[in-house]
Design a protein around this ligand. Structure first.
Ligand code: ADQ
Length: 467
């Protein structure tokens, strides 16, 4: 088996629990092939400082890290990746900052990554690039003569062509995807959008299934919905942190049913809409009011991007007004916690909850939905209320699917979830877990790498990609 080289903006030491399912899944292949993981160190340094690659050994895996200058970090990470690509790919043209000239920094950092990675590569390596920060990386590597197989996986959604086409330079961005041998998406819908875009905007010629020819090159694409590591999650659930969390929640809320939301504080996650739906539920169901408490964990995220401070204030004000209007001396309807909960404790929180509200306005996949299901007691499982606009909705059909923009509809689903009879809860949970188990993170990793191995390699020239 070829050596695997993973490239992503941030890297994690796969030996640490806090690293999460993705790192665990990648670790398996990285370990068995003595692979490399290349990415940003998380450090910002003076532009004049030494720009060497930091090498750290993590078992058989080598972690390779580069620092970024303040200017590059701001333009590449805050600017183009999270101020342009993130909002547009989540259908939020209104939040995209197109005019600030960030694209130069985005290209510069992709060039830097290519230049720094190249000397570490061996001829039969297989390279797997992750996410929207690094779309042009293969093109930059090819421009330096790299001939290895390169795959790309987009963790966030790909919007329809008319939204994508609003990005100045969108054609350049999508053209850069043709430097990969395989491009993977989270859902069939994203894959359809890619096909629609390349056929309508780039006049690509469809070849055999999910393979297109354009710019004198062909690319294979596919849908590879990411999953969780069910076994690793079960082990976490049986660990002392999770058990302690479970006991604590059960003790504290023994008279109430818990609803739980766990998200990064991001405008794509639909948090204000969720709060409005919960408020609607409380208004419509006075009899159920004091028997339900919503615990919303919203971990801080990208706080130096302005759209994130807006969402923070909106959420705080909504939670405050719900508690002010509906709360009582011995009951607060919403517990809002603006902090990250340690990964080892999450399964305990999920298991103690009767309902999970996973209601993003758009989400590539959403792993919280799958983690919640995996943490349940199968004899007495909780209910998943899931946005139809999360990638996970393509797989998790037995969840209560909602339109998060529909306040009344979501409120009605919350009521249904809280009152769902045991038999129906079990039935739905069983069906959902079949999918979570079958399409777990190991399936995702293996099926992507197998498809990458089979993607018809072709001589990937360089000049057409000069950007
Ligand atoms: P994220 O947008 O970060 O990831 P998500 O899939 O919901 O979204 O969560 C990833 C991980 O972070 C999960 O393991 C979850 O438990 C953890 N997490 C989230 N909020 C947390 C909190 N408040 N405290 C502690 N842990 C928290 C992107 C895409 C998703 C896609 C993933 C993986 O946006 O759509 O599912 O990548 O591809």
């Amino acid at each position: 088996m070829s050596r695997l080289v993973v490239v992503s903006n941030r890297i994690a030491d796969p030996r640490q629990t806090a690293a999460g399912g993705l790192a665990v899944a990648l670790a398996e292949v990285l370990n068995s092939t003595g692979g490399l993981w290349f990415g940003w160190s998380g450090k910002i340094v003076d532009a004049t400082e030494d720009d060497a690659v930091h090498v750290q050994q993590a078992g058989p895996v080598k972690l390779l890290m580069v620092d970024l200058s303040q200017v590059d970090h701001d333009a590449f990470y805050l600017g183009y990746s999270n101020g342009v690509l993130w909002p547009v790919f989540h259908y939020r043209l209104d939040l995209a900052d197109f005019d600030a000239g960030y694209i130069g920094g985005y290209r510069r950092v992709n060039q830097l990554f290519a230049r720094k990675l190249l000397p570490f590569l061996q001829p039969d390596d297989v390279i797997w690039v992750h996410d929207y920060h690094l779309i042009p990386l293969a093109a930059e590597l090819r421009a330096l003569g790299c001939k290895q197989r390169i795959g790309f996986f987009l963790h966030i959604p790909l919007p329809p062509p008319m939204i994508l086409a609003a990005i100045p330079g969108h054609d350049w961005l999508i053209r850069a995807l043709f430097a990969y041998d395989l491009v993977g998406f989270q859902s069939r819908q994203d894959l359809r959008h890619f096909g629609d875009y390349v056929e309508s905007e780039a006049k690509a010629q469809p070849l055999e299934e999910h393979r297109w020819r354009a710019f004198g090159r062909t690319v294979q694409a596919g849908a590879f919905p990411i999953g969780i590591d069910v076994q690793e999650f079960n082990e976490l659930a049986n660990g002392s942190d999770a058990l302690e969390m479970y006991e604590r929640m059960k003790r504290e809320y023994y008279r109430r049913k818990l609803l739980v939301g766990v998200d990064r504080l991001d405008y794509s996650k639909g948090l204000p809409q969720r709060m409005r739906a919960f408020r609607e539920f409380l208004t419509k169901n006075p009899d159920l009011r004091s028997s339900a408490t919503l615990i919303q964990i919203a971990s801080p995220s990208r706080e130096n991007v302005s759209a994130y401070t807006d969402i923070l204030h909106e959420l705080e004000s909504l939670c405050g007004s719900i508690n002010g209007n509906f709360g009582d001396l011995d009951w607060m309807p919403v517990r809002y916690i603006h902090r990250t909960v340690a990964r080892a404790r999450l399964p305990g929180l999920y298991r103690a909850s009767r309902v999970a509200l996973v209601t993003p306005l758009r989400d590539g996949m959403n792993l919280v939905a799958k983690e919640f299901l995996a943490a349940q007691d199968e004899e007495d499982p909780g209910v998943l209320v899931l946005s139809r606009f999360a990638g996970a909705a393509e797989q998790l059909k037995e969840a209560l699917l909602v339109n998060p923009y529909d306040t009344e509809g979501t409120a009605a689903a919350i009521q249904l979830a809280l009152q769902m009879p045991l038999e129906e809860r079990r039935h739905r949970h069983q069906a959902l877990m079949r999918s979570v188990r079958q399409f777990d993170v190991h399936w995702w990793c293996e099926s992507f790498l197998e498809a990458l191995g089979q993607a018809q390699a072709e001589e990937k020239g360089t000049s057409w990609l000069r950007l």
